[in-house]
Design a binder for this molecule. Structure first.
Ligand code: ADP
Ligand code: MG
Length: 706
């Protein structure tokens, strides 16, 4: 008997050497191995006789081996095995070009079952090239018993194809899984009741059918169950974090109508409806004693800063402190300037603390002074980078933390700020700050719900009026010259351009630096010799990068060539052209981020997506960019076309494939959330469900939580 938690080596057929190899696939325990799901199935369920088969069919047949020959192809150090198989309706040849273990059992007069695609040889004769085969017994042959091969499950059915690694083939995995399924004790992490209401198969059935289904439909049902399992656990975890969070207390910030109204009136523009809506959600949240934990999503330029400022203003009006955390110097500085211009510096004191700057209300201040003023409460708002997270920084009365571009901070860093508790009155009633995190990565709502299940969500899905649409065009190889001419014209009239290169593929021998340098040289010498272009790549030191960006900003360079690994985190309103090479290699969300670098001024801006790939899927994807500038629409489209994978990078998540695929399944996400909510109310510590508890713990170690 095997248990889920046993190391795979507990199963005698798996040697230490193999166990080491499958670790590359993150497989350590029996559970891991059984949860290593096939990503597709080969359909070998159609049986035919040799007399019936035709070229290009994928079939299974049974027969007797009449002859086996083994020879060596000298030049390629390869062993060729040929076998002639007869089933009374005809004879057919099968050929294998390399040695694989089981081939040594192939011998004259053995009974075999063969699955594969029928090919035509040079003489127009049918044969099998490298088919799967299994030995069967005489009885199976004579009774023409059809179905999955008994031992290895490589023929005669839907055959699972797994993610493989060196030394670990699907062939081997199938054999191991098949045997282990007979020996293992199944423990279902999902409560029986829930499976029943959701009409999902129990673990034993689901594991058997996800590996060895008798129909694709059966496989899908099993897949759905495991997707549910994962989502359910994620939701349970998220909701229990949320529940814990809500047990904390925060300072109530009563809405100050006059202050906010006059602030909004003082703005040089009218708020968009979306801004109003989300500002109101935040204001309502911080009125409560329960700490807010809200994610504000809004595309670049959608106007998140003003919303954050309204929240900050509410807090400082009530004489509490606010901290705003930005991921880079540049962004911190930008926010600082904006806040200074938004707030009356006579009434409020706004500070900046980064590794390079220490300022109060625009005037330089000693670091020590600034820190002591944070502690005694005479600074109302501090804006900073990681420098704010030092031990020496503490607050008198921190009631709101705003984190910009939240994904760029680690979970630990954010937790650190959360723990900046403020002690009120008798020193016992601990309060934590309200939390507002912001992101410019538009993530479809369902995806957010699945990943940030513990956060409340506010979305700005509308742009300030009067913004010019960035004119976007997909350009195939033929269109290149014309675009270069266009860019020259733009530069001649004083504008600047970005050219982004995709990260050079890892298989290519050329290093990123070398490739980027070469591209840059070609552009400089051959295409734009009359202009000056700068180069930015991932291997540069931060100081070097900053210097190049500064020079682009001040106009020393007309063009900036950058590899995609570089975050071009600068605001250069004068740049009006964004060229992206190899555009098909990027997710739409990412292309959208790049495009957001232009269109920041009154000038009309352009984005050109260069691609040499004109397959229908790529064309359809890239056309979405031409059709809309709305980041949420793009994200939704991308989610449909490419799945959630590309959002994950930015979200720092280690989700397994099955959960990823299911992230497009709105209904499944919602039901998993509802069920998790119910169970959380009934048994918050999972006392009655130890197996679920264990599985969630295990998942925590591989998934990053917001
Ligand atoms: P982001 O969401 O990317 O942080 P910002 O808050 O920096 O966007 O806003 C981008 C620009 O739009 C800023 O210059 C800001 O002053 C301006 N802005 C914000 N809201 C509006 C609005 N409702 N109407 C016009 N301009 C606005
Ligand atoms: Mg911003």
């Amino acid at each position: 008997m095997l248990h889920f938690d046993d190391p795979v080596t507990k199963f005698p057929k798996i040697t230490q050497a193999r166990a080491k190899k499958i670790q590359t696939l993150s497989i350590y325990t029996v559970h891991d191995l059984l949860y290593h799901f096939p990503f597709r199935y080969e359909d070998y369920s159609i049986f035919k006789t040799i007399g019936e088969i035709e070229a290009n069919e994928t079939v299974t047949l049974q027969g007797i081996v009449k002859k086996v020959t083994r020879s060596r192809a000298f030049r390629r150090k390869m062993t060729i095995t040929e076998a002639y198989i007869d089933d009374h309706t005809g004879t057919i040849k099968a050929v294998w070009f390399n040695v694989f273990g089981p081939l040594r059992f192939l011998a004259k007069n053995k009974y075999v079952q063969i699955s594969g695609k029928v090919s035509l040889d040079k003489k127009n004769k049918l044969y099998f090239q490298h088919p799967n085969f299994e030995l069967i017994n005489k009885h199976q042959f004579e009774s023409q018993k059809k179905g999955a091969g008994s031992q290895l499950a490589a023929t005669g059915a839907l055959i699972p194809i797994y993610p493989e690694t060196r030394g670990i083939t699907s062939y081997w995995l199938r054999a191991m899984v098949k045997k282990i399924l007979l020996l293992v004790q199944f423990v279902d992490p999902i409560p029986h009741e829930i499976l029943k209401t959701q009409k999902l198969p129990p673990i034993k059935k689901a594991l058997k059918t996800i590996h060895f289904p008798s129909s694709l439909e059966e496989a899908m049902t099993a897949k759905r169950r495991f997707a549910f399992e994962k989502l359910f656990m994620m939701q349970f975890k998220a909701l229990s974090i949320k529940q814990q969070w809500e047990k904390n207390k925060a300072v109530k910030i009563p809405f100050s109508k006059t202050t906010i109204t006059s602030f909004v009136k003082s703005l040089p523009f009218a708020l968009t409806n979306a801004q109003r809506k989300v500002a109101w959600q935040i204001i309502k949240d911080i009125e409560k004693e329960q700490p807010m934990n809200r994610l504000l999503e809004g595309d670049v330029g959608s106007g998140k800063t003003v919303v954050a400022a309204m929240a900050a203003l509410s807090v400082i009006t009530r004489k509490h402190q606010v901290a705003l955390l930005a991921p880079t110097e540049v962004l911190a500085l930008q926010h600082f300037k904006e806040f200074l211009s938004l707030f009356n510096s006579k009434k409020h004191s706004v500070a900046l603390l980064t590794s390079a700057h220490s300022k109060i209300n625009g005037v330089g201040s000693a670091r020590k002074t600034l820190i002591s003023k944070l502690r005694n409460g005479s600074i109302d708002i501090v804006i900073g980078t990681h420098a704010l997270l030092q031990q020496s920084v503490s607050f008198k009365d921190l009631a709101l933390v705003i984190v910009d571009e939240q994904h760029r901070f680690g979970v630990k860093q954010r937790a650190y700020l959360q723990q900046q508790t403020i002690i009120i009155d008798d020193g016992q009633d601990k309060k934590i700050p309200h939390f507002l995190t912001m992101t410019a990565t538009p993530i479809p709502r369902t995806l957010s719900l699945a990943i940030f299940g513990n956060l409340e969500l506010s979305i700005i899905d509308e742009y300030p009026k009067g913004r010019k649409k960035i004119s976007t065009k997909v350009i195939s190889s033929q269109g290149r010259e014309q675009i270069y001419t266009f860019i020259k014209k733009e530069i001649c009239s004083g504008r600047q351009a970005f050219i982004i290169y995709p990260l050079v593929s890892e298989t290519s021998k050329m290093s990123e630096v070398k490739a980027a340098t070469e591209e840059h040289r070609t552009l400089q010498e051959k295409i734009f010799p009359e202009f000056k272009s700068g180069l930015l790549h991932g291997k540069m030191k931060p100081k070097e990068k900053e210097e190049i960006m500064r020079q682009f900003k001040n106009g020393t360079y007309d063009l900036l060539v950058a590899t995609s690994v570089v975050e071009v985190g600068i605001d250069v309103p004068n740049a009006t052209v964004m060229v992206i090479e190899g555009a098909e290699r990027f997710g739409l969300a990412q292309l959208h981020q790049f495009r957001g670098r232009v269109g920041r001024s009154a000038y009309q801006s352009y984005c050109f997506l260069f691609t040499s790939d004109n397959t229908p899927l790529t064309t359809r994807r890239l056309r979405v960019m031409e059709q809309t500038n709305n980041g949420f629409k793009i994200a939704e489209a991308d989610l449909k076309l490419r799945g959630p994978g590309q959002f994950m990078g930015t979200l720092q998540s280690g989700l397994p494939d099955i959960a990823m695929e299911s992230l497009t399944d709105v209904k499944l996400i919602q039901t998993s959330r509802t069920e998790a909510q119910r169970l959380l109310a009934f048994d918050p510590h999972l006392k009655k469900f130890p197996s679920l508890k264990k599985n969630i713990k295990k998942m925590e170690m591989t998934t990053h939580w917001e």
